[in-house]
Ligand binder design. Structure first.
Ligand SMILES: [Zn+2]
Length: 218
């Protein structure tokens, strides 16, 4: 296991403080001003597992509908693993976990979840709906407004179904265009996150993280 230490610049006017691997020559001099540094603290990194909780839904799968950013895909995969998602479906341009640039962001989580790649997200959603899955869409970002008849439900005030074994497909959409309109039309429900502020959108990976923890543990 790699050991780390926290070093601090000895220049009084600087005191830049940063973590570095023990023995890494990059830690000897201050990355900010170049003056020598000294050991300031030794972090205790334990390998004790986090407390384990059973997720609310045991059959929840995730469809990433054309997520463009590799960073977002990696972050979503790692979060999905932590939140008890059972399976990943990667639609269209969404990069597969085997993409070399993903391994670093996902920090190993890319190997933890089974996944399937689909050329067409709509077809994937149709097949799963026909197999008995409920289709849940997470509306986020600057996605087109829903019609009056289809009002998105605030995920933080809704009472979620209590059938823990209901198969669910949660769909997260592309950063620019959101979830494909054909999937929105077949959705059993559309969820939105409560928002405060001027810019009413979140990064897709952040929005997913908030939503999945509310769905599974809230
Ligand atoms: Zn310095």
């Amino acid at each position: 296991m790699q050991l780390y230490e926290i070093r601090q610049c000895e220049a009084v006017a600087c005191h830049f403080r940063f973590p570095v691997a023990v023995g890494d020559p990059a830690g000897v001099r201050c990355p900010h001003c170049g003056e020598p540094t000294a050991l300031a603290a030794t972090p205790q990194i334990t390998e004790t597992p986090f407390p384990q909780f059973a997720p609310r839904f045991t059959q929840l799968e995730l469809l990433l509908d054309n997520i463009r950013s590799l960073y977002n895909v990696g972050a979503i995969m790692r979060t999905a693993d932590g939140a008890g998602v059972k399976h990943l479906h990667l639609g269209g341009i969404t990069a597969p976990p085997t993409h070399p640039k993903l391994a670093k962001t996902a920090l190993g989580a890319e190997g933890a979840l089974p996944w399937t790649q689909h050329r067409n997200s709509v077809h994937a959603a149709q097949e799963l709906k026909a197999a008995g899955y409920e289709i849940w869409v997470l509306e986020e970002g600057e996605t087109p407004a829903l019609s009056d008849a289809e009002v998105a439900i605030n995920l933080f005030t809704v009472t979620l179904p209590d059938n823990a074994n209901q198969p669910i497909l949660l769909v997260i959409g592309n950063e620019k265009v959101g979830v494909d309109p054909a999937i929105q039309q077949m959705a059993d429900c559309t969820f939105a996150l409560p928002m405060s502020g001027v810019k009413n959108s979140l990064n897709v990976a952040v929005a997913f993280g908030i939503a999945i923890y509310q769905i599974q543990f809230g």
